[in-house]
Write a protein that binds this ligand. Structure first.
Ligand code: PCA
Length: 212
């Protein structure tokens, strides 16, 4: 199975992005580095899809504050940036694709992907919001590319916690730092997720919803 994994460059003043560090460690998949820039990131992803002809595409981004690996279920047609992207663009209430559908669902078997990550020993769950920044933008862009140009591809998005090295200077003896996860562990989850995405065609009927 040909798999393409995408990770992001650092953003918001950081020097590393665990999404890129982790995707590079996944064996047997192509890894592409995306700029954290609205528009340009999707262009880079499309070029990599044309170059590698993948059957499965999993884009990966950092979600600071999340405690586990989250498989995103839905991408929305909305850019609303709380911080500028790496090119200084800070869109407010702009569609990703003017005239596009309000949302797309991932075509990965999201619950089977979560189950596979957990079986590999990595805490994981389903998420129902990829936010409204560059990650959601790329996720929506990917699903729109699949809907319009690459119908044979299965695709989705995974958000990952920050790496421990990113939080060592946070908090203190009585103030905890935010949750973190080693990038080797994130890579193990991604490996399991890509494998499940290639093998499972009917998703598992497991509870994966949330109350809020
Ligand atoms: N996380 C950001 C953009 C790049 C990344 O790694 C996000 O969640 O939108």
């Amino acid at each position: 199975m040909r798999a393409l994994l995408a990770g992001f460059e650092p953003f918001d003043g950081a020097t590393v992005n665990p999404s890129w560090e982790a995707v590079r460690l996944v064996p047997g998949a192509h890894a592409v580095l995306l700029p954290c820039v609205f528009g340009a990131a999707t262009d880079r992803l499309r070029a990599a899809m044309l170059e590698h002809g993948p059957e499965v595409v999993v884009c990966v981004g950092q979600a600071a504050g999340r405690a586990d690996v989250t498989v995103e279920r839905v991408a929305i047609n909305l850019d609303d940036a709380r911080i500028p992207d790496n090119a200084g663009d800070q869109p407010v209430d702009r569609p990703v694709v003017p005239g596009g559908p309000a949302a797309y669902f991932a075509t990965l078997p999201v619950k089977a992907c979560v189950a596979a990550a957990r079986k590999a020993g990595v805490p994981a769950s389903v998420s129902h919001s990829a936010g409204t920044f560059v990650c959601n933008h790329v996720f929506y862009g990917l699903m729109h590319l699949i809907a319009t140009e690459f119908p044979q591809v299965r695709g989705g998005f995974v958000h990952v916690p920050v790496a421990p090295g990113q939080v060592l200077d946070q908090g203190g003896p009585s103030m905890p730092s935010m949750p973190s996860m080693p990038v080797t562990m994130v890579a193990e989850a991604l490996t399991a997720i890509v494998t499940a995405a290639g093998l499972v065609h009917d998703d598992l009927r497991l509870t994966g919803g949330s109350l809020h």
